[in-house]
Design a protein around this ligand. Structure first.
Ligand code: ATP
Length: 211
């Protein structure tokens, strides 16, 4: 599903992450690692937000470097601490992302209803709490028909009830559309209820499978 080829990310000459050759099969994966190990760097690189050396390919033939638009239509990303223009409403952000991702009409309704966001989705984002903002960023990440959804620290700022709903969204998309997920967390995952979730570890500036 995802292939790293001579991947290297430097920050000002300092090597933050290096993955010589690695293939990740379709599935749901938790990416673990201590603070500063490189989880966000990894996800932002896969999302196409950070530049890096080497290549990343989706489904063995869609290269982030050679087919940048096609690749980005198929890979969605929710940041750990999302920031959106404060004057836009949640609905306006959804309309923007739905257009960019060719989302089916009305796709967002299921997510807004299950997460009970209708009461504030038409308010400017500047009025949102951090949890409300996080939920909006999660809805945006589920728009369209991505092959891969990247969620950076999805557990932070959302309450336990919302976490259960998010787990339901992930299981639904995985079971119905075979969407793969990479989720990061530096916390212990005892409340992880996702079926068949594998684990990857970012350590010593590289990415490894956890046996
Ligand atoms: N813009 C940047 N400029 C320079 N160094 C950076 C930059 N962003 C990250 N780093 C460095 O890269 C390394 C990995 O950072 P990253 O944010 O990817 O870690 P993380 O595993 O997501 O951390 P956390 O769990 O604290 O969110 C750290 O040593 C960090 O200091």
């Amino acid at each position: 599903m995802l292939q790293f080829i001579k991947f290297k990310k430097l920050y000002g000459g300092f090597p933050a992450l290096k993955i010589e050759e690695l293939t990740i099969q379709p599935g749901i994966y938790w990416i673990k690692g201590v603070n500063g190990s490189g989880k966000s760097t990894l996800l932002k690189s896969i999302a196409g937000i950070l530049s890096f050396d080497g290549d990343i390919k989706l489904d063995s033939n869609i290269s982030i470097k050679k087919q940048p638009v096609a690749y980005r239509k198929l890979v969605n990303f929710a940041e750990a601490e999302p920031l959106f223009p404060e004057f836009l409403t949640g609905s306006e952000m959804i309309a923007l992302f739905a257009k960019a991702k060719d989302a089916p009409a009305g796709q967002e309704q299921h997510y807004l209803e299950t997460m009970q966001m209708q009461a504030y989705v038409n308010q400017p984002v500047g009025t949102y709490s951090s949890g409300m903002l996080k939920k909006l960023s999660l809805v945006l990440a589920f728009l369209g028909t991505p092959k891969l959804i990247l969620l950076d620290e999805p557990l932070i700022t959302i309450d336990t009830a919302s976490l259960k709903i998010l787990n339901g969204w992930i299981a639904e998309r995985y079971n119905q559309e075979s969407t793969s997920f990479l989720l990061s967390s530096h916390q212990a995952l005892e409340h992880n209820e996702l079926p068949a979730a594998h684990e990857l570890l970012v350590e010593e500036q590289t990415l490894k499978f956890i046996a």
